[in-house]
Write a new protein. Structure first.
Length: 227
């Protein structure tokens, strides 16, 4: 219900976020030359972060001219963006889904955080990393779980630290509508939490890419024979 100025702001924000997400999805799947998992990562992050996600996509990943993606994404700061996008897309999806469920059930905040952490870490590690990256990383699923565990743990801890701080500050004792998934304010807090999580996780991901612990942005072009 639009009862306060913040509600109107959030309504406009989410309309803009939807338009930005539609553009990123269209541009990515129209032919931006990278693996599908990164395409979906940028789509999800733009859904959560709105125009900030669109800005990250245009500045770090959108191929400016045909054949230039490899050189365009090469700088370390862009590779760090890609690594953080991959981390946050998986982790944030798990956290947000868990937060909506626990809030609907009316569970205490401390239980919320435990469930959200487990859900975010599990979705990020077992789905976005080990499963979706299996074709690129090679090896078996279990090998990829072991290989991804430490980088995912570092990223997830940074992501959850920032999101928990935002949720605690904005959900506890201010406007109780922020605890209700049926309210725009709840989703506004989730969006702000993802933005904060991305900012805190980014330097860790830059470091891990530099050390070879995580991948960054990748270029994947179709085979000249169409195979």
């Amino acid at each position: 219900m639009l009862v306060q100025p913040i509600d109107w702001f959030l309504a406009v924000w989410f309309v803009i976020a939807a338009l930005c997400t539609a553009y990123v999805a269209y541009d990515q799947f129209k032919g931006n030359p990278e693996p599908a998992v990164m395409r979906w990562g940028f789509v999800l992050i733009t859904l959560y972060m709105g125009p900030i996600g669109l800005l990250l996509y245009v500045m770090s990943d959108k191929e400016p001219k045909p054949g230039t993606h490899e050189a365009f994404v090469a700088p370390l700061w862009k590779q760090g963006v890609g690594s953080t996008i991959h981390c946050c897309a998986g982790d944030a999806t798990g956290i947000i889904v868990a937060a909506a469920v626990t809030a609907t059930l009316g569970l205490p905040m401390w239980i919320d955080y435990i469930v959200e952490y487990v859900a975010g870490f599990s979705f990020g590690l077992f789905i976005f990393q080990a499963l979706f990256m299996r074709r690129i990383m090679g090896g078996t699923y279990l090998q990829n779980v072991r290989r991804s565990f430490l980088p995912e743990l570092i990223s997830m801890n940074a992501m959850m630290t920032a999101m928990a701080a935002v949720m605690t500050h904005l959900m506890m004792g201010r406007d109780m509508r922020a605890m209700q998934p049926g309210e725009l304010l709840f989703w506004g807090v989730m969006s702000l939490g993802v933005i904060a999580g991305f900012m805190l996780a980014y330097p860790f991901n830059v470091w891990m890419v530099a050390k070879g612990l995580k991948h960054g942005l990748m270029t994947e072009r179709p085979s000249p024979h169409g195979s």
